[in-house]
Design a protein around this ligand. Structure first.
Ligand code: SAM
Length: 268
């Protein structure tokens, strides 16, 4: 075995051990077995020839559109990064999802479906990764744009991307990236648009939803939630202060996105 493959195998084994140990600590032994069973089931399903073909076609199309964005705007947002290879101080890495950027057209579709929500509001991306969505949001007249990310490497890359980005359509220039765990982030008292691209599981989303509820009680104001790939949609749907205004169907198993508004509905 060449040395590089050997090193990769060792580091993968260490990563696996780390994930399993943490999973047993947090989920318990039976919860960990259930999780392993789910992963094996989905991996086997992915092996069917028709699913493999469909995935290859979709990934090729997506990669082409991702690369175009980086080339046109001089940034580096495309390559996905598995969560277990990222360094963070937070124990919540176990519940986080890998970095992958949103497709620009899908972001703009979602903003269009939300209506005129940008003027005077603060846009917050919880789990901003390399900052693709922050850059896309800067084409709308937001008052301020904030990315929250817990992996230091991604925070560094996102900050570099904000500096390198060149787009004549950019209208908001007040952008920042905060290194923090979304579970403990305190929302500012402004009208908000909170965007999430399925960044984490219900263990982290539940305290986030609770923080939004508390923020609305402290200071009632327009708040819009844009939840892309809304795997844990039921958590937002259970908040009486929010009404779901749009649910856009994705593939046969899932919704592509959900939009919730607190008040002053302004769906176009
Ligand atoms: C699917 S990517 C979303 C990328 C970006 N929002 C976009 O739309 O292009 C999910 C991101 O959430 C981050 N993340 C996961 N758990 C987190 C947590 N508890 N706090 C902050 N960021 C988290 C991951 O590191 C990853 O960068």
């Amino acid at each position: 075995m060449p040395f590089s493959s050997f090193r990769l195998a060792i580091s993968d084994w260490r990563t696996t051990r780390k994930v399993v140990r943490e999973s047993i600590r947090v989920r318990g032994v039976s919860g960990t077995f259930a999780q392993i069973f789910r992963q094996v089931y989905y991996s086997i399903r992915k092996l069917s020839p028709s699913r493999r073909r469909a995935r290859r076609v979709r990934e090729e199309a997506l990669n082409a559109s991702y690369r175009d964005f980086d080339m046109v705007y001089g940034v580096d947002t495309t390559t996905p990064i598995p969560i277990e290879t990222l360094a963070t101080d937070s124990d919540n890495w176990l519940f986080g999802n890998r970095y992958e950027p949103i497709v620009p057209r899908e972001f703009h579709d979602m903003m269009h479906a939300a209506g005129e929500v940008a003027e005077g509001r603060v846009f917050i991306d919880l789990g901003c990764g390399k900052g693709r969505a922050l850059l896309l949001a800067s084409e709308y007249p937001f008052k301020r744009i904030i990315g929250v990310e817990f992996a230091s490497e991604l925070v560094r890359l996102a900050r570099e991307n904000l500096l390198r980005y060149r787009n004549t359509r950019q209208v908001c220039r007040d952008l920042e990236v905060i290194e923090a765990d979304a579970a403990t982030y305190s929302f500012p008292d402004d009208p908000l648009v909170i965007y999430l691209f399925n960044p984490f599981g219900p263990e982290v989303l539940a305290p986030v939803v609770e923080a939004v509820r508390r923020a609305l009680h402290r200071q009632p104001r327009p708040v819009t939630i844009l939840y892309y790939k809304p795997v844990h949609d039921r958590l937002w749907a259970g908040v009486p202060e929010l009404q779901r205004v749009t649910a856009f169907p994705g593939d046969s198993r899932s919704l592509s996105y959900s939009i919730y508004q607190s008040s002053q509905p302004c769906v176009g």
